[in-house]
Design a protein around this ligand. Structure first.
Ligand code: UDX
Length: 422
């Protein structure tokens, strides 16, 4: 099929290139000229495992443009623009609205049935109450008759997104009209996983409930982990035992310094704001955020057990990305940790294999080391913030290490070692 993708950020790019791999002809539409240039020359504008190889392999089946008219040459348009948080945590639909406006405009000139798929994470109700009326108004056409609408959430983890696309646990498709349902089923025909067809609002909610649950699981692990720490119990051993209960499941139970990234914090906050708008008080979700905001500061608390006054001390940071295998620092736990160290008057020397350039834009005043070894060599104590593979084999002998991510070698070899929940 001929597919257009609006927004070539990480969701758009992975979705588009993966659809090209499945044999579709894909056109990326984005306002960012640099991204367009990169894509057209087969260069991934973001760092994502396996993407470069896949872009090479599918070359010739995708192209990129800044011109929204390209929509008319395709059968289906996936909306993959960002849905950031506003100041109050509620969802910012600016990019969704402008994508809908551009689609509506383009559809004016198209006679054939066209399907619009919302892939961006949007609060329940958005596709039918925001996207649909804009497209109808701009195009002068009627939804579910002249054009189809579907909501098809993504469950892609950064760093694993290509693999996640091809090996999903499930595919969720929210639709209303039969024609759109058939087209969406065709797209996902090659997949063997369970496919759940729901109404549009339900599909939107499945995405939020999934992310909110995973975030809750992490904050729960951290809360139990904090109690474990005070009792001298290793939270990892506890969750090994807990996770063996098949009703609970062992994954996403890694306690530490909390969750970051572009999804969990933003999505939980957007769900809280939506619930409040509806007159609900989502206490549990608020606690999930609260635990997550305090958790990184546990590292500082533990550090101060060994260095009471941080003024003038050099503190090393290993890892700045919100998780390994990405250069993404959005909501990284390194941010509140570094802020707090600077407030206490510490000098910070940091290293990350991929995320230093991004972090430097936020904190130009840090010393950025050329290697993890240099951080260990130059600092009075080291905080482990991201569990990069290369940190698993460092020589921690003789060092003071406060570990937020459970690096076994540090636990074994450091002169003084503190784990956040163990
Ligand atoms: C997440 C979801 O997993 C994905 O399905 C969704 O659609 C997008 O958001 P992502 O943000 O890429 O993906 O990362 P993920 O691997 O889920 O980790 C998120 C954060 O939680 C990271 O900061 C990670 O360190 C933290 N985490 C994860 C824990 O602290 N403990 C865990 O057990 C798992």
């Amino acid at each position: 099929m001929e597919v257009s993708i609006i927004g070539s950020g990480y969701v758009g790019l992975i979705t588009g290139i993966s659809l090209a791999e499945l044999g579709h002809e894909v056109t990326f539409i984005d306002l960012d000229e640099e991204k367009i240039g990169d894509i057209n020359s087969g260069k991934p504008p973001i760092f994502e495992k396996g993407l470069e190889e896949l872009m090479k392999k599918t070359k010739g089946r995708y192209k990129a443009t800044t011109n929204y008219r390209a929509i008319t040459e395709t059968d289906t348009t996936f909306i993959c623009v960002g849905t950031p948080s506003k100041e109050d945590g509620s969802i910012d639909l600016t990019f969704i609205k402008s994508a809908a406006t551009e689609i509506g405009n383009a559809l004016k000139e198209k006679d054939k049935f066209h399907v619009i798929v919302v892939k961006s994470t949007v609060v329940p109700g958005t596709t039918e109450e925001v996207v649909k009326p804009i497209i109808e108004k701009e195009s002068g056409k009627e939804a579910f008759k002249d054009f189809g609408l579907a909501m098809n959430p993504e469950f892609l983890r950064e760093g694993n997104a290509v693999e996640d696309f091809f090996n999903p646990d499930r595919i969720v498709i929210g639709v209303k009209d039969e024609k759109t349902k058939e087209i969406m089923e065709k797209f996902y025909f090659p997949f063997k996983c369970p496919k759940l067809i729901t109404d549009i609002k339900t599909a939107e909610m499945i995405k939020y409930a999934s992310n909110a649950f995973l975030a809750t699981k992490i904050s729960f692990a951290n809360e139990i982990g904090n109690i474990c720490k005070k009792l001298g119990i290793d939270a990892y051993d506890v969750f090994k035992g807990v996770g063996l209960d098949h009703r609970i499941n062992p994954s996403f139970f890694r306690s530490g310094i909390g969750f970051g990234g572009s999804c969990f914090p933003k999505d939980v906050k957007a769900l809280i704001a939506k619930a409040e708008e509806l007159g609900e008080n989502p206490k549990l979700l608020k606690a999930v955020i609260d635990v997550n905001e305090r958790q990184p500061l546990k590292l500082i608390e533990l550090l101060k057990k060994h260095i009471t006054n941080l003024e003038g001390k050099t503190i090393g940071i290993l890892g700045l990305a919100f998780k390994p295998d990405t250069d993404d620092i959005r909501e990284s736990r390194a941010i509140p940790i570094v802020k707090s160290l600077l407030e206490e008057g510490a000098k910070v020397i940091a290293y990350d294999p991929k995320a230093m350039d991004n972090f430097r834009e936020l904190f130009p005043q840090l010393i950025y080391a050329e290697s993890a070894e240099k951080v260990l060599e130059k600092s009075d104590a080291v905080l482990i913030v991201t569990e990069w593979e290369e940190f698993k084999n460092l020589d921690y002998n003789g060092h003071v290490v406060v570990d937020g991510r459970r690096i076994e070698k540090a636990k074994r070899d450091a002169r003084i070692y503190e784990g956040v929940c163990w």
